[in-house]
Design a protein around this ligand. Sequence first.
Ligand code: SF4
Ligand code: FES
Length: 533
Amino acid sequence: MPNIIIDGKKFECRDGIPVLQAALEAGFEVPHYCYHPGLSVVASCRLCLMQTKMPNPRTKELEWSPKLLPSCQTPVKDGMEVRFDSEAVKSNAKHVMEYYLINHPLDCPVCDKAGECYLQDYTEEYGPSTSRMVEEKTKNPKKDIGSHTLLYQDRCVLCTRCVRFAQEVAGTGELAVVNRGNRGEIDVFPGQPLENPLQGNVVDLCPVGALLDKEFLFKQRVWMLKSTPSISPTDSRGNTVLIDHNDERIHRVRPRFNEKVNDWWISDENRFGWHYVHSADRLNLPMTRTNGHFSASRWEDAVNIVRTEISKAAAGNDGSAVAVVLSPMMSCEEAWLLATAVRQLAPKATLAIGWVPIEGQDQKFPKGFVIKAEKCPNRRGIETIMHALGGPGANFDEFLRGCDEGRFKFAFVSGGYPKVWLTSAAADRIGRVPTIVTHDLFASPLDAKAMLRLPSVTFAEREGSFMNCDDLIQPFERALRPLEGCKADGQFFYELAGKNGLFRAPRVREMMAQTLPQFANVFTPRPEPDYAH
Ligand code: SF4
Ligand code: FES
């Protein structure tokens, strides 16, 4: 690994990376717009320039170069010495910022990017406090460039990150720079709006407030938001995200860097697929059936009802008359607690994996991003737990056949999908089981047959881990409190398993690791430096 000296301090850095990357990883704040580690290097913004020590051709002595070099385009070399903390480098940044501000509008108070805008930050650090510009500023109208995205061209610094993303990562190339000089602007081709399935990433990439998400527009000031690390449940890839929320409501979902899975990107499905969390149709009370009608029940009673019904169904047999459907929307910890709780009472209970939604084919993009056809986050986790616990296991079709054959007297059916998932035909088949408990987000055709209906919670209201399609186990945190009237699924299963106290996913993983050693070391992506986005 090469050693380099930055501003007089020696650092070991990764081989082959640009000096800018090494400096950012070492914690230096180097202004930059066009550089992004996930995109090709164009060195066009001229903000990241540095001085290097080079041999003087006359004296052969090492001296600071009079000419500045782009640190984003200069690879690290062992023994290299560079500096950002010099008059020449700061003066360059100052002049470049003055140039960027020539036409930039003074609309920070109404700009969504305020608070996380690198033009604001660099202006504070390097920009002039007054403008020498006496001519009229170039004004450009706002452009509607796609169903999700607006372009405020006046604010653009022409870093071309968005253009390169559309070409290199999405592979669709809808964006281009048109015209030259101070008339240069970003545009889409006629009749070809920005509509690729990864397009939302251009909003994250834009270092200023030029590209904005229509859905987030004017909704929140970013300094009001709290960010919680989570994992998108919309497919099986395990793309890591940040949930930005305030007052128990999600306002946006952004990518969280992950060197093993999604790099810096997420799909639009990951980004916008959270609205069901705040659906008014969500279930929010446990309901028990008495005399053919549902009536509100208490969570305190629910644990006893489920345990009693399992014991009744298992009485006189080895427990094989009991089945539990473990949804691939559940976390590993929840599934393990539920399965072990049921097996304590019914040792030969069937563990069945819930319905695995598949839509079309995997979609692959040029730099390796994949949108999986499997639209659930934890099929592999559920399968791994079922395998580790042994005993009777089934897929969802086999479970339905078991219902047809009258093998079960009791079934606990968990759902948790973002929409109603059970068909009436499937509900009729499960309905042959005499005692049914459902655990779901929305009302379903199975409710008519259930003796107890429990509301479950969404990914944003739980903590735990998912195992992705490549067997990588990743933890995630809870962003929101469970919807009023609901109980965190993990807490309910914790109590069902006879444990006292609060459910905490890391503690449950420690218990799981005794038989499933892979849960002892779950993978957390390394934190990334700030890339001006
Ligand atoms: S719109 Fe944003 S990302 Fe695109 S070139 Fe302009 S400043 Fe860069
Ligand atoms: S020139 Fe280096 S980041 Fe733009």
